[in-house]
Write a protein that binds this ligand. Structure first.
Ligand code: FES
Ligand SMILES: [Fe+2]
Length: 324
């Protein structure tokens, strides 16, 4: 888990009036909206007696614990302890743990950090996915696989002719040419999936921005962005959104994107991919056990960038959420 980075944790539209309980990064989180509609993310634990704050409700723009009704403001400060009365002095430690949170691109983002000083980095996104008119529905799935293992699969185009035969019927299985370029936190890969005896095939592009967003393009008119976030060591939250140019009729293009997403997510990804990648050993990424080849260049670049960012943050390069 690379610290000091923004991670997408939930679709904005899933957070309404009621608090939401989530597990991300192996932590229990409580999400709610204050009086101005701004998203708040807290550790899901009341500092009074340890109850889950997500089981409470929002009153006057503050979260009220379901156990004794203590209220907490968006900055985590306790503002009221009903059992002690209105005039009671609030002890300094009566404070809920709050995470830095922002909303952008229809997602709630959490800044994962233990101690960070200075200006927060920008939330990573792709310019090609900035045109909201092309964007249709998005959809999230629970993916029972380690987060790093999951991200590795995003770069993997050469599994298409084997795992998703119908999707790329007759395209061939050779990746050639294939280019990988790394610039800062941004990895760009592109190439052609083709038959041995043909020069042309499916031109693809896969880009990644650390720590967790990927852009996949199998045609210039259809691309999708995948945002991944660890739930815990063995599970990942995956959100995908489509952008397409085929149909531009308002309403209809949303429907088409939604349909494509259902097809891809539910049929291809969950049914076909998981059957195969679900057997991957070791369950956690392990450099010693995988033998990467040229066509795995994107995966190799990702693992290298990950090690670099972990080292910069003073962390050991393990595949675990928290390195010892
Ligand atoms: S446990 Fe939350 S108010 Fe007592
Ligand atoms: Fe796949």
């Amino acid at each position: 888990m690379i610290p000091n980075q923004w991670y997408p944790i939930l679709e904005s539209k899933k957070l309404r009036r009621r608090p939401v309980a989530l597990t991300r990064m192996g932590e229990s989180l409580a999400l709610w909206r204050d009086g101005d509609g701004r998203a708040v993310v807290m550790r899901d634990r009341c500092p009074h007696r340890g109850v889950a704050l997500s089981g409470g409700r929002v009153r006057d723009g503050q979260i009220e614990c379901p156990y004794h009704g203590f209220r907490y403001r968006r900055d985590g400060e306790c503002s009221f302890m009903p059992c002690e009365g209105r005039d009671a002095k609030i002890p300094a430690g009566m404070r809920a743990h709050v995470y830095q949170t922002r909303e952008a691109h229809g997602l709630v983002w959490l800044f994962w950090s233990e101690a960070f000083e200075g200006a927060l980095p920008e939330i990573p996104w792709f310019e090609a996915a900035a045109d909201e008119r092309r964007g249709g529905g998005g959809s999230a799935v629970h993916w029972p696989q380690n987060y790093v293992r999951t991200l590795e699969t995003n770069f993997d185009i050469h599994h298409l002719p084997f795992v998703h035969k119908a999707l790329v019927l007759g395209a061939g299985a050779r990746i050639d040419p294939y280019q990988v370029e790394v610039e800062g936190n941004h990895i760009r890969t592109w190439g052609t999936l083709r038959r041995e005896d043909r020069e042309t095939g499916i031109d693809f592009r896969v880009e990644f921005k650390a720590p967790s967003i990927t852009l996949l393009e199998l045609s210039p008119r259809l691309l999708f962005v995948v945002a991944d976030c660890p739930i815990d060591e063995q599970n990942t939250w995956r959100y995908a959104r489509y952008y397409q140019d085929y149909v531009t009729v308002p309403g209809l293009h949303g429907l088409l994107s939604w349909f494509a997403l259902q097809l891809d997510w539910k049929l291809f990804q969950v049914r076909q991919d998981l059957r195969v990648v679900g057997t991957q050993e070791p369950r956690l990424p392990d450099q010693e056990r995988d033998r990467l080849v040229r066509a795995d260049g994107g995966t190799a670049a990702y693992l290298k960038l990950r090690r670099k960012l972990l080292a910069e943050a003073g962390q050991a390069p393990t595949g675990l959420l928290r390195s010892a």
